[in-house]
Design a binder for this molecule. Structure first.
Ligand code: SAM
Length: 218
């Protein structure tokens, strides 16, 4: 497969010829996902949750973030309702070549890819997945989310997805004190998030990446 990448921690990723971007950090797809989306974003909220946690992901892509969130839900025995949108779905053939089961020692990865692109799919006792094949610009929902995994391509290739208008739309669907986590710590991203109603924290990134962002909905 010509868009297949092996990142520095041995985990696979994909390349998008359309955006000239890889789906994850070349320093490690799995390390990045665990560090930012799971340990910085989801875990603290899920550990303290007394009610189901609603997660929204911008960009389902390989399904790696959803897979890790599912396994955390099962481990902590806490309910997650996970909504993920994707404009350009990865094929099942591509997904079946990704090595996330082998590297995590967990099973069931393809269940996420084979689940339907409409409605809430029960995946386990603790994890339900709603995938929508839609752009962020067109996405609409009445759901209010506790955690946002903001995993769009880089602001240089998709500047329209890192603007105040988009973050205002996300903010309107994030509960007060809910969190948004993302790998980009660029100044324009911080400013757009602040203008949209988030308090922005800079955190150490995975590997050699200096900073990533966690933004708290005011
Ligand atoms: C950085 S990748 C991240 C993917 C995913 N989180 C993962 O772990 O593989 C960005 C994803 O956003 C998708 N995407 C690009 N533009 C989009 C848009 N306007 N709306 C929804 N998804 C989009 C891409 O196809 C890609 O799958």
């Amino acid at each position: 497969m010509d868009r297949f990448i092996v990142t520095e921690d041995g985990s696979h990723s994909l390349y998008s010829p359309q955006y000239h971007q890889q789906y994850h950090s070349l320093q490690g797809a799995l390390s990045e996902a665990v560090h930012i989306y799971i340990n910085l974003g989801l875990r603290p909220i899920l550990e303290n949750a007394t009610a189901p946690v609603h997660v929204f992901e911008m960009g389902f892509g390989t399904g790696l973030n959803a897979f890790l969130a599912w396994k955390l839900a099962d481990e902590l025995r806490k309910q997650i309702y996970y909504t993920s949108i994707e404009a350009f779905p990865v094929t099942s053939g591509e997904a079946s070549l990704l090595n996330y089961e082998a590297l995590t020692g967990q099973s069931g990865f393809m269940k996420l890819h084979e689940s339907s692109w409409s409605g809430m799919n029960p995946i386990s006792d603790y994890f339900s997945l709603r995938k929508e094949c839609v752009t962020l610009e067109e996405f609409s929902s009445t759901e209010i989310f506790d955690v946002i995994f903001y995993d769009a391509f880089d602001p240089r290739s998709q500047p329209e997805l890192w603007k105040e208008e988009i973050f205002s739309k996300i903010a309107a669907q994030t509960r007060q004190h809910g969190v948004l986590v993302t790998y980009s710590s660029k100044g324009i991203v911080k400013r757009a998030l602040r203008s949209a109603g988030f308090t922005v924290e800079r955190h150490k990134g995975p590997g050699r990446k200096t900073h990533v962002l966690k933004a708290i909905r005011n």
